[in-house]
Structures are given as C-alpha cells and as structure tokens.
Design a protein around this ligand. Sequence first.
Ligand SMILES: N[C@@H](CCC[C@H](N)C(=O)O)C(=O)O
Length: 310
Amino acid sequence: MTLRFTKGHGTHNDFVLLADTRGDLDLTADLVRRLADRRGGIGGDGVIRLAPTAAVARAGEEVADRVLAEEPDAIWFMDYRNADGSVAQMCGNGVRVFAAFAESLGLADLATGGELALGTRAGVRRVRKEPDGWYAVDMGAWSLPGGAGAAAQGADAQVLVAGWPAPRPALSVDLGNPHTVVALPSLDELAAADLARAPQVEPVPADGTNVELVVPLDERTTGDGASVGRVRMRVHERGVGETQSCGTGACAAALAVRTWARHAAGDVPVPDVWEVEVPGGQVRVRVLADGHVELAGPAELVFTGEVVLP
Ligand SMILES: N[C@@H](CCC[C@H](N)C(=O)O)C(=O)O
C-alpha cells in the first residue's frame, strides 16, 4: 500500500502532512515513528493528519465535538503527533503549515482575506494570511499554571540542562500544550547549552513539557514609535528533542519574558508585540487584549510524494 504525503515546515520545524479527507486513516504511533524517521522514513519533527472534525469526533475524541459546537465551520481538524508517536494538543508552526496545506488541497482560500477556522485538541484556531505571505494564527487563551504567585515570583519550576552546575528557576506557560521557560544571562550560554538530552524539570510535569531557553534582547522601536520586544530562544520539544523552532514555544517565551519584564518594570508599559528568533528563523508574537495570543510566521510546502507501507 502507498500513502501520499506532503513535506512542509514553519521556520524549519518540519512536518509530514497527510490528507485524510475521508477520515479513515489508522495513524498508529508506529506509523508516525516510521514516517518521521529521518533515515528510514521521510523525516520530520511531527506528523500532521488533516481529517474531517466530524470523523475525529466519531472516533471518540470529545474535543472534536466541542470544536464543532463552538465553530461549525471548523470542518477540518489538525491531528498532531510528535515524532516519537505521542499525541500533542497543539502545534503553532504546524497550524500555519496546516493552513498552507489546506490551501494547496483547495480546502481553504486565504488569498482574498478569508479566514480558516480549524479544530485542534486545544480547541478552535483561526488563521489568516498577511499581505507579505505570513500566516497569523489566533492561538487562543494562554495561562500561567502557577497563577499570580508564579507571575510575581517569576518562577514555579526548576530546569537542569546537562552540564549546568545547578538547576535554574523557570516559569510554566500553558498554550494548550505545556511549556517551561528558563531565562539565560547571555547568548553565549544559550549557544552552549546541551539540548541533546532532555532537560530535567522539577516538579516533574505529569504529561511532560516543552522546554524553552531564552535570552531577552534589546527592544526596537518601529517607525510609528511603538516598542517591539525581542527574544532569542532554543527549544527542546516534548516527544521530539531539540528542534529548529516551536510556535507554541515562541509564544511561551514571549509571554514569560513579558511577565518578567512587567514585574521588573512596575508601572512602565511593556511591549505587546515580540519578535522571537529561533535557530530556524523568526516569528512574531502579539499579546491580544482578549487574553489570547497571536503567532505569525512563514509556512512552506517543500515536496510531495508517496511512501510505500509494508
Ligand atoms: N512544534 C510545535 C509543538 C509541537 C508539540 C510539542 N512537541 C508538544 O508535545 O507539546 C509548535 O510549533 O508549537
């Protein structure tokens, strides 16, 4: 049997995309691992199945029922799997690439100012295309699981990266999927960090976490006088390892740095727009007034092919 696929990426966070428009593909963890394998398969940080939201609901995922109740137009669902075969709730770069994939299949038209509402395990996500070709996603509500106490302290966890003499304080941020963000004092330390092994997080998160190492950079001022925050980050993704980018991680990084800046600055306003540099490029994070956060960045489809399944 052969399976058609498309390979795509968002700032080099790369995915194998499968168009399961009838919703009958049995995407087992073993199949995901084989497709994502960089030597024996196609290779990717994750596998994305585009399936009818109704089919995902029929398969027993209650979140798909909630998606359709909230937004009946969200007829397509992003079934996201990490490279190790585990299921993840959300993928920010993946949503943008999913939108580009849906356009390529004729399932969405974003060129004329339209919007694509899609289902994910973290709820409905809405994507629009900007004039420069970037995709902007309303990533929904974010939160600090540690609450106001963690915001005031700047930390509710500790992270130990291999080779560090001691753990460092870290802030948990929820983007529909879990993140733990650690500030480093210099770009040299960021570059030197050993992310080949999974960082140790305390308290140990029940469902694992994605870990972002961040260095806040100087703000820049735009032509109209607005301040834009800047952050550089590296990420170790749950279920994958170090990746070149992570969209939900970029949002978590910007939100953590903004939280730290707010507490350090007292009443001085902090930027709502943040440019996040990742090894694979740059994305933009905008903190919205309604408690949501928006992620914008590129999405590329690279090639299509067929894989032979045993
Ligand atoms: N790369 C993603 C996040 C993918 C899921 C993550 N590894 C998890 O398990 O939560 C992104 O761009 O957000």
